[in-house]
Design a protein around this ligand. Structure first.
Ligand SMILES: C[S@@+](CC[C@H](N)C(=O)[O-])C[C@H]1O[C@@H](n2cnc3c(N)ncnc32)[C@H](O)[C@@H]1O
Length: 189
């Protein structure tokens, strides 16, 4: 009897599919996908399986979801392409140009805090003087990252944060998934 060794593609919900489509649209060749709050790991698995990115880092703050993501990555045989990292937000990830970062399925306050810490790390913790802000602009140009943001709530707070901190909105879209409306922003900084 013939054995079917084809590895099936992971299935996404309509909301998660929109996230993956935004990654497909905005990722350039050689970019690494970083999925912050990966939970089950389905988004990086789908994006790597589909060839939207070659490599991904699946990040979660809690060991339980991390273990679930690890099992799924192994189930789809992607251990050589998807790294798993236990981290609070992006705190353990070096900022390099060519990152496309997904932060979805969290509240606006949590996302704002993750982004704000990324910004402070970048300019050595000092944001107040004009000199530091100039340096920040130079360094950001060298290390620009793209973010796909899908907040569950507190979206006006996030938009204010983008506006006050020089984030450029590249795209905004929404999807209705099982009766609930979800908004997404693709931003660059
Ligand atoms: C509701 S799930 C969303 C999963 C997936 N991103 C999605 O959109 O379907 C939220 C996940 O974010 C993780 N999380 C919450 N705060 C985090 C943080 N500061 N850093 C990393 N992961 C975080 C949680 O542990 C949980 O697994």
């Amino acid at each position: 009897m013939k054995t079917d060794i084809t590895i099936k593609k992971v299935k996404l919900t309509p909301r998660m599919r929109v996230i993956a489509e935004l990654v497909e649209k905005h990722a350039c060749e050689g970019m690494t996908l970083i999925d912050v709050g990966c939970d089950h790991g389905y988004i990086p698995i789908y994006c790597v399986q589909s060839g939207f990115v070659e490599h991904a880092i699946a990040v979660d703050i809690r060991p339980g979801p991390m273990m679930r993501a690890r099992e799924n990555v192994a189930r789809f045989k992607l251990e050589d392409k998807i790294e798993l990292l236990l981290s609070d937000g992006l705190d353990k990830i070096e900022r390099v140009a060519r990152n496309i970062v997904v932060i979805a399925g969290m509240g606006g306050y949590e996302i704002r805090d993750i982004l704000a810490r990324r910004r402070v790390v970048l300019c050595g913790g000092a944001l107040s003087s004009g000199e530091d802000l100039e340096r920040l602009d130079e360094r950001q140009a060298e290390h620009s990252e793209i973010y796909v943001i899908g907040a569950q709530k507190s979206i006006p707070l996030l938009l204010e944060f983008f506006n006050e901190n020089g984030y450029k909105i590249l795209e905004q879209t929404q999807v209705n998934d099982r009766g609930k409306e979800y908004s997404f922003y693709v931003v660059a900084v």
